[in-house]
Ligand binder design. Structure first.
Ligand code: NAP
Ligand code: ZN
Length: 347
């Protein structure tokens, strides 16, 4: 076994604190890498607080993981010691179902194995995430990371990046489309970057007027303060797509009114409580509400390669691991600019 240093929550009521645990030895198809940076996703906060479902504790969060390969199994073909590597929200899946065969492992019909707060395929070994110094992952779920980009700023691409890239590609959002990005946080700011890069006219819908200047710097063409009734009125019926990244309960009916006829609201944010949607919000303009979860491994690699070619990374605040609680508090208040990334050398 590999003795690993990490930060764990022992229960939903306790804060994260140093915790040592064991990872499996590197098997023939495994890659072990030293973790250099790990992004802080709002999903980490949802999960350590049991927001979605009772979690598996102790819990080591973190699924925006980048680092350098230190060991590979005998049968590993695509990685060697010294390579940069990354892992996102999944570390395994059944690999044989209809969805896995179509590179949609995130929708594995048996359920994918999440990077933490999940069980390995054996059904009994908990997985532990990236707030730790090293990780062992089967080769198929390890991504190649370019050395052209700032590695710390690449980490958030593994979740925030792919979660916004995948739906924009699936719905073919680009030139000629008016895209609204709802919520300018970790996911939202990546959605702005991709939306602009794909040629869409991008509007940020935000509760935080102070983020307007940043939104424009990220490339957004317009900024709407959603608490301002006049601005909402002016935006009514104007968007082809809304990419909803909001982490807390919000008024879907109000946002649906901003869509054009045939418009689609794509939910990637995952509030813990269900939304109330009036049928009239949809039938009036043949509108759709859709959802999207992270992305498959092939598409994640495609996204990372696209980012390397187009010089796209996350806007980050690099933090020491001891400051993770302060980061959570700021994230909860919507005060994130625009992703906290933990420097794992501080572990
Ligand atoms: P984040 O950095 O905290 O950003 C969320 C943003 O939503 C905030 O910055 C804020 O932006 C806005 N917001 C927060 N509360 C709001 C409210 N009550 N009403 C309206 N807007 C509000 O979070 P994140 O890491 O981007 O994650 C966002 C959500 O996506 C989380 O629920 C997370 O679990 C989920 N997620 C889903 C997937 C997936 O596969 N679908 C993957 C990763 C994460 P403004 O200040 O601009 O209003
Ligand atoms: Zn995430």
């Amino acid at each position: 076994m590999i003795t690993t240093k990490g930060y764990a929550a022992q229960s939903a009521e306790t804060d994260l604190a140093p915790w040592n645990f064991e990872r499996r030895e590197v098997g023939p198809h495994d890659v072990q890498f030293e973790i250099l940076f790990c992004g802080v996703c709002h999903s980490d906060l949802h999960q350590i607080k049991n927001d979605w479902f009772p979690g598996i504790f102790p819990m080591v969060p973190g699924h925006e993981i980048v680092g350098r390969v230190v060991k590979v199994g005998d049968h590993v073909k695509n990685f060697k010691v010294g390579d940069l590597a990354g892992t996102g929200c999944m570390v395994d899946s059944c690999q044989v179902c209809e969805n896995c065969k179509q590179d949609l492992e995130q929708y594995c019909l048996e359920g994918n194995t999440q990077t933490y707060n999940s069980m390995e395929r054996d059904g009994s070994s908990p997985t532990y995430g990236g707030y730790s110094n090293t990780i062992v992952v089967r080769e198929e779920f390890v991504l190649h990371v370019s050395d052209k980009l700032d590695l710390a700023a690449v980490a958030p691409l593994l979740c925030a990046g792919i979660t916004t890239y995948s739906p924009l590609r699936h719905w073919k959002v680009g030139k000629g489309h008016k895209l609204a990005v709802l919520g300018l946080g970790g996911l939202g700011h990546m959605a702005v970057k991709f939306g602009v890069s794909f040629g869409a006219e991008v509007t940020v819908l935000s509760t935080s007027p102070a983020k307007e200047e940043d939104a424009k710097k990220l490339g957004a063409h317009h900024f709407v303060v959603t608490k301002d009734a006049e601005q909402i009125k002016a935006a009514t019926g104007t968007f082809d797509f809304i990419l909803d990244t909001v982490s807390a309960a919000h008024d879907f009916n109000m946002y649906l009114s901003l869509l054009k006829t045939n418009g689609t609201m794509i939910c990637v944010g995952a509030p813990s409580t269900p939304a109330e949607i009036s049928a009239f919000s949809l039938l009036g303009g043949r509108k759709s509400v859709a959802g999207s979860g992270i992305g498959g491994i092939k598409e994640t690699q495609e996204m990372l390669d696209y980012c390397a070619e187009n010089n796209i990374v996350s806007e980050i605040e690099l933090i020491d691991i001891k400051d993770v609680h302060a980061a959570y508090e700021r994230m909860e208040k919507g005060d994130v600019r625009y992703r906290f990334v933990i420097d794992m050398a501080t572990l």
